[in-house]
Structure formats: structure tokens, C-alpha cells
Design a protein around this ligand. Structure first.
Ligand code: PLP
Length: 402
């Protein structure tokens, strides 16, 4: 292999995570992608500037329009998401920023967007508040109900369908191929937030979805030490989103991009552990007398087990479960856990645990929470990469002590 050739897909996910998207030969023969901490880029003379404007030279111009460290992370993520087809990635300041950039860029005033319920609550809030102010209407339909989805399409107005796979916190997995086919038939674009799945477990673009977003803050970076987001799709549409980012300004800084690249080197290894532990923890909880319900697509009891098994390599490290008890009994279980930290977020090497009723919906009454499907006795556990047996032993002692 020549010294500056990239390893090109298709390769296994571990090989891609380590090598894809990065030039084989880097500046100074460094083995890592350097952090290019530069706000702007210089032109040797006016002729060089004109060469750039005329498209004769590809190079950086200004930090809001691109950065070599950021581009390396974008290329790696695009290769992981779409090993066989050409795809491009756009790195953003956070997962929310990736979502808002797509929605602001794609939805004109007077258009309509379809959203499935059980979506990240800030996405729903953005659509309900900010987009409404811009004259963009929306309809929320139950996740996975394609009949309701098709019925809610407003001909000539519906431009975009947004869903998640798996959803948060009940880990519903829509039939993405059917969703994509329906949307194409009706000439509507599709956007899937696949943060909970990652490209290791699910590849929505291969199923005909137009755009995938991830909160890079979670599994992709994997170490709970940065915020980032990414949108991946065909180069043309991502190019248009890059133009919008040039105006909106929500870029990922080069230092975070470096940490993301570093985290991605072990991405496939980490996902193997997250998947194995998530499954083992879900099975343990399903057999425990103090647990009334476990929500995990790897379990046969999950309503989307069949489609999830068809589409996904593994089911991830997040397990949602219901304790046989009220808000306080559930909080007591969390407080007895010794390994997971109580914190929002997921997908990092440290296990994190939260009771959604108290973490994200604290301002609502129990009745209001129930009305939006958020039960007081629900716990969301994001299994980190600690030893599976240790996490299970910790859960056992916390549940048995009650
Ligand atoms: N999408 C999902 C499914 C999430 O869980 C989150 C964050 O929790 C986001 C998007 C937003 O990501 P970020 O926190 O990186 O903005």
C-alpha cells in the first residue's frame, strides 16, 4: 500500500474504526491526526486565493467552513455509517445542534414535519416551539405505526419524517426499510436519530433512509468527555447542510474532534462489550422478582424484537426497566447502586443510571408524566464497559436489599 493511501471499505468495523477516513500518511509522519488549532488559513498570494475560488485547489479557508481534524472525524464517521456507498458527514457542536441544523436547513416556512413519539424530548421541544415560530407545523405519531404515519402526511406540505432507532427510553425499533419505502413513494425525506444504535449496530442509510444523525457525545466518543453531533447522508445533501452550518455556526471545535477520533479507535471493541453487557443485564433483570418489566429489544418480550433482530447487529448498552414499586422505592434502588453514576447521558465507558421521572421530567406531576408515557418506576441504565458480572452483582444487591 502506498504511504498516503487510505484503507478503503469494506473492512470489518474494528479495522474501519481504527483506520477509515484518515490518510495513511499524516503531517510529520505522526500516527495520530494532528489537532489543527487554527481559526483561519493563509493564502500565499492573491493568485492562490483565486485558484481556490475557481475550484482549482481544494484547501481550508476559514474555521467555520472546515478544519482538517474535524474533516478526519467526519470521514471516519461516514465510512463507519456507509462502508459501501459514497457518503459524507458533517460534524456539529452537539447532537442537538446536528438535529437543529438539519431541520432549519431543510424545512421552509409553511412546510410540515412528521415526528414519532418516544423521541428525544429536546427534538420534540424544538419542533413544537422554535419551528412553530417559523410557520412550520408538525404531527406526532406513535413510533412504528406506519398506518398512522401515512395518514398524517399532508400532500404538498410534509417534507420530512423524523424518527429514532432505538427510541428513548422504551427502545422501540421502527421498520426502517418500510418507513423509507413509504417516504420515497410520497417524496418525503427521512431523518433517523440512531444515537442509541450507532453504526456498529444499525445502518439506516443502507435501508433507504436519507439522513442519519448521532449525538457523538454518547457511544461514538464514548468517554463522557466531549459534546458533538454528526449528520451523515449522500454528499449532495450533506454539502447543502454544510452551507447552512456556515451560516448557523454550530461547528465542532478541533480539540473535541481529536478526542472523538481518539474515542472512535476503540468504538467497535466498546460496542461489543456494551452489547454483551446490555443483553446479560436485560436477561438478569427479566428474571428478578422485583422487576415488573424490562424494555430491551434483544428480549423476546420486547414488541420490536423481530424487526430489531433483523436490522441490528446487537442491541446496545441501554436497558430500561420498571421496578415493582412507586417513585420512592425506585429511587431507593438507584441510591443503593455502587457502580453506575447518577447522571444524564449514555454510551460512555462509565455506567450511568437515571430515573427519567426525576432526571428529565421532574417539573411534571406523576399524572402528567403518565400522560406522556413516562412511568415513575422506570429506570434507564446505560451499561458502560465495566465487567458484566460486577454490574449484575451490583444490580442484584441493590434489588435484594429492598
Ligand atoms: N438524540 C438522542 C437520542 C439523545 O439521547 C441526545 C442526548 O441525550 C441527543 C440527541 C442530543 O445530543 P447532545 O446532548 O449531544 O446534544
Amino acid at each position: 500500500m502506498s504511504s498516503d493511501q487510505q484503507i478503503t471499505p469494506p473492512d470489518g468495523p474494528s479495522t474501519a474504526a481504527v483506520h477509515a477516513g484518515e490518510p495513511r500518511r499524516r503531517p510529520y509522519d505522526s500516527i495520530t491526526a494532528p489537532i489543527v488549532q487554527s481559526a483561519t488559513y493563509t493564502f500565499a498570494d492573491t493568485a492562490a486565493l483565486i485558484d481556490f475560488h475557481e475550484g482549482r485547489v481544494e484547501r481550508e479557508e476559514y474555521g467555520r467552513y472546515g478544519n482538517p481534524t474535524v474533516r478526519a472525524a467526519e470521514a471516519k464517521l461516514a465510512a463507519l455509517e456507509s462502508p459501501a456507498e459514497p457518503a459524507a458527514g458533517l460534524l456539529c457542536a452537539s447532537g442537538m445542534n446536528a438535529i437543529t441544523t438539519v431541520l432549519l436547513a431543510m424545512l421552509p416556512t409553511g412546510s410540515h414535519v412528521l415526528l414519532t413519539n418516544d423521541c428525544y424530548r429536546r427534538t420534540r421541544q424544538f419542533v413544537r416551539t422554535m419551528l412553530a415560530r417559523l410557520g412550520i407545523t408538525h404531527t406526532i405519531v406513535p413510533a412504528g405505526d406506519l398506518v398512522a404515519l401515512e395518514a398524517a402526511i399532508i400532500p404538498g406540505q410534509t417534507r420530512l419524517i423524523i424518527s429514532e432507532a432505538p427510541t428513548n427510553p422504551y427502545l422501540r425499533v421502527p421498520d426502517l426499510a418500510a418507513l423509507a419505502a413509504l417516504a420515497r413513494r410520497r417524496r418525503i425525506k427521512t431523518l433517523i436519530d440512531a444515537t442509541f444504535a450507532t453504526p456498529y449496530n444499525l445502518r439506516p442509510l443502507r435501508l433507504g433512509i436519507d439522513l442519519v444523525v448521532h449525538s457523538g457525545t454518547k457511544y461514538l466518543a464514548g468517554h463522557n468527555d466531549l459534546l458533538s453531533g454528526v449528520v451523515i447522508g449522500k454528499p449532495g445533501i450533506v454539502g447543502a447542510l454544510r452551507e447552512a452550518q456556515g451560516m448557523l455556526g454550530g461547528i465542532c471545535d478541533p480539540h473535541s474532534a481529536f478526542l472523538l477520533l481518539r474515542g472512535l479507535k476503540t468504538f467497535a471493541l466498546r460496542m461489543e462489550r456494551h452489547n454483551a453487557t446490555g443483553m446479560a443485564v436485560a436477561q438478569f433483570l427479566a428474571g428478578h422478582a422485583r422487576i415488573s418489566r424490562v424494555h430491551y429489544p434483544g428480549l423476546e418480550s420486547h414488541p420490536d424484537h423481530a424487526i430489531a433482530s433483523e436490522l441490528m447487529r446487537g442491541f446496545g448498552g441501554v436497558v430500561s426497566f420498571e421496578v415493582d414499586g412507586d417513585l420512592h422505592a425506585t429511587a431507593a434502588v438507584i441510591d443503593r447502586l455502587r457502580i453506575p453514576y447518577i447522571a444524564p447521558s449514555l454510551g460512555g465507558v462509565e455506567s450511568l443510571v437515571e430515573q427519567p421521572a426525576l432526571m428529565s421530567f421532574y417539573e411534571l406531576t406523576s399524572e402528567e408524566r403518565l400522560a406522556i408515557g413516562m412511568r415513575d418506576n422506570l429506570i434507564r441504565l446505560s451499561c458502560g464497559i465495566e465487567d458484566t458480572a460486577d454490574l449484575i452483582a451490583d444490580l442484584r444487591q441493590a434489588l435484594d436489599a429492598a
